[in-house]
Design a protein around this ligand. Structure first.
Ligand SMILES: [Zn+2]
Length: 263
């Protein structure tokens, strides 16, 4: 399927519906979550974009007013239909994870599946609402549509629970440490993405690597696999975590340290 964002400029990102009055505004961070995080109205979402080949910040972290962070390209039917039902199922499992009253490891397989879809949906809304870097391809959003929709094969979701500096954060990068004789091509790297979200103690990473001959590789003690349609064996490596003091540094480390293992 060709991705044509210009043609779809007035269409719902998920179902493609267009026409006068069909679009509504979807909060990128759901309102129940904004309330749960107990953010002051003037709170700001810290976000950063990593350089693709180093872990330097490409741009100074940009700051949104969290409450006004909305995506206007979601139709009312999606908003009040499957997306609303997804929130209702995900919310009771997210709250204890965010507060670190429950561990990610304790989630059942079906809970991980729900959390995986919720994470990918929320990550894509962030990507499409922040024009800082290429957002994911539209076809990656369309496969999520409906109660039976599911992330694209090749998309994996990872979690981590840790301490934090800010109640919420967002990070997008195309940086991948790699273990292979030959570096991955720029084309493949250019199609890939890592989108990280942090809500208090809960860190969630949506990662896409387009070439199925490579395996995603976990940093030991950092990444816990939540969802993947393609991969069920997870090689790992010993990362040397150096966490800086900035508001998104912990999130950046979580995202940047996910590696790939060559064929
Ligand atoms: Zn729609």
């Amino acid at each position: 399927m060709a991705d044509n964002q210009d043609k779809n400029a007035n269409s719902c990102l998920f179902c493609g519906l267009n026409g006068a009055g069909v679009l509504s505004k979807e909060h990128v961070i759901p309102q129940w979550l904004l309330r749960h995080l107990d953010l002051p109205v003037h709170d700001q979402l810290f976000q950063g974009v990593g350089h693709s080949e180093s872990d330097r910040l490409l741009q100074t972290p940009r700051i949104h007013s969290t409450y006004n962070f909305v995506q206007g390209h979601v139709c009312k039917d999606c908003n009040t239909g499957w997306m609303s039902r997804l929130e209702a199922v995900a919310k009771p499992m997210l709250i204890p994870l965010i507060d670190q009253d429950r561990s990610i490891e304790a989630l059942s397989a079906s809970e991980k599946e729900v959390l995986g879809k919720w994470t990918v949906k929320t990550a894509y809304l962030h990507g499409f609402t922040s024009p800082l870097n290429h957002p994911p391809q539209v076809s990656h959003l369309q496969v999520l549509f409906g109660d039976k929709g599911s992330p694209l094969p090749g998309v994996s979701v990872f979690g981590m629970q840790s301490d934090f500096k800010k109640p919420s954060g967002y990070w997008i990068t195309r940086q991948w440490p790699f273990f292979a004789a030959v570096a991955p091509s720029r084309r493949v790297t250019g199609e890939s993405y890592k989108i990280g979200l942090q809500f208090r103690h809960l860190y969630l990473l949506t990662a896409f690597w387009p070439n199925p001959n490579w395996l995603l590789m976990l940093a030991k003690g950092i990444h816990i696999p939540l969802f993947s349609l393609l991969q069920n064996r997870w090689p790992n490596y010993q990362a040397e975590p150096e966490v800086g003091d900035g508001p998104v540094d912990q999130l950046a480390l979580f995202c940047n340290s996910l590696a790939i293992l060559g064929p």
